[in-house]
Design a protein around this ligand. Structure first.
Ligand code: PMT
Length: 400
């Protein structure tokens, strides 16, 4: 987490059923070391009691302009001075309208107007309200005013309808807030990332795969987006929700992944191969489910194409970054792999990193090995992106 975020967040909560999700957001923010001051509208308190937020943040919750718990009676000014951001989640249609008009008739809207820090909103409302031209106008106005708008997401709504209007899930929202503060080191760059495992079919239901969860690749995608890049994520089968701003292309087998990479790589400035691509595929997979019998079953395996090597060997390749998961001698094997694959940068980790939320990553480049202390994958992904930006900025111009 950046130091800026560490300072203080004013978490504004407005009236909507998604207010219950704000409790989880407050908890996650506290867990990330943020200092959270909650301010609620009157309507919000009808959905979740202020006491819930008080218990989660360890601080009294404020709702009214005329609260005498603030010495100088100026809560609307006091709360945002020194704050890193005001985050309104959920932000109702009514509150967005209020913000767009610059109205100040309660504590939360007044402090939004009086703030001297960034304002971020996470809209949440019925899909028809979100689609209403009035809401669209208000949101467009807020964006013009420099307000960051996160979401809404699409899906099933509390009213039973389906569509855009759900508040972005708390974890994603926290990542959006943290991402806002990241330096835009890759602004204007197109980044193509492979992530997750591949699945090589044996028959109609079975296949060969590995334990890669996609967490690292998705974290790299998130970090690249936060650094201002345009990101395409080619993902093998995973259970993860991709960052909303990334273009997602799904692949199953290594051959699918290769086809997707070949289709998209022409537009790419930076290619990052995080995927754990199966080294072999099954020759002649059965279209039907293979019946069990008493005999030994022999599968014939043929080597898969090396996607990263294909990209590196293009006539005009993007800046290429590889990954390696090793079960022993990481430093030695990762460097060998980097040289064999002719890569300016390779991120090496031990196989323990697979399917874990944390990793111990070492970056290998021409200057040597740069170990990063054990930490969350998103933190390592951000360090990797910063390192890529540095090397990308130094690369020789084409033809040199
Ligand atoms: O998904 P997680 O659970 O978060 O786990 C993340 C991870 C451990 C899988 C990831 O951090 C990682 O290390 N990925 C690379 C796994 C590996 O060992 O790859 P490799 O040694 O087989 O390949 C080296 C590089 O070539 C990789 O960049 C790989 O994407 C690429 N490759 C490999 C084979 C192939 N046929 N095509 C490729 O592009």
């Amino acid at each position: 987490m950046s130091d800026t975020v560490k300072k203080r967040i004013v978490l504004g909560i407005t009236g909507g059923i998604a207010a219950y999700k704000a409790a989880e957001l407050a908890r996650l923010m506290m867990k990330r070391g943020m200092d959270v001051q909650v301010v609620m509208t009157d309507s919000a308190t009808r959905f979740v009691a202020p006491l819930t937020f008080q218990a989660l943040t360890g601080k009294p919750v404020f709702t009214g302009l005329w609260d005498d718990r603030i010495d100088n009676g100026m809560a609307h000014v006091e709360f945002t001075r020194g704050a890193a951001a005001v985050v309104v989640a959920p932000a109702s249609a009514d509150f967005l309208a209020k913000l767009a008009q610059g109205r100040a008739d309660d504590l939360l809207s007044t402090l939004c107007l009086a703030r001297d820090c960034p304002l971020m909103v996470a809209p949440a409302m019925n899909r028809q309200m979100w689609d209403n031209p009035a809401t669209k106008r208000n949101v467009a106005q807020l964006k013009r005013d420099g307000v960051a708008v996160f979401g809404p997401a699409s899906g099933e709504q509390a009213c039973g309808e389906e569509g855009f209007g759900r508040m972005v899930e708390p974890e994603e929202l926290l990542a959006d807030v943290e991402g806002y503060f990241q330096p835009k080191l890759l602004a204007g760059r197109k980044v193509l990332i492979t992530a997750g495992p591949t699945f090589e079919a044996i028959d109609a239901v079975r296949g060969i795969t590995n334990r890669s969860s996609g967490k690292m690749g998705y974290a790299v995608a998130r970090a690249a987006l936060d650094a201002g890049a345009e990101v395409t994520l080619i993902s093998g089968p995973t259970c993860l929700a991709p960052p909303a701003a990334a273009k997602l292309v799904k692949a199953v087998s290594a051959q699918d992944m290769l086809t997707a990479v070949n289709d998209l790589v022409g537009e790419t400035d930076i290619f990052i191969g995080v995927a754990a691509v199966a080294d072999y595929y099954v020759l002649n997979p059965s279209e039907q489910k293979i019946k069990k019998d008493a005999h030994i079953l022999t599968l014939e395996l043929a080597p898969n194409p090396d996607i990263l090597a294909n990209v590196v060997n293009l006539p005009n390749p993007p800046f290429c970054v590889g990954f390696a998961a090793e079960s022993e001698s990481l430093f030695e094997f990762a460097e060998i792999k980097r040289h064999r694959k002719k890569l300016p940068l390779l991120a090496g980790n031990l196989v323990e990193a697979i399917d874990s939320d944390e990793s111990e990553l070492t970056l290998f480049d021409d200057e040597g090995a740069h170990p990063l202390p054990r930490g969350p994958k998103i933190q390592h992904a951000r360090s990797l992106i910063a390192h890529i930006a540095k090397l990308y900025g130094r690369r020789p111009a084409a033809g040199e």
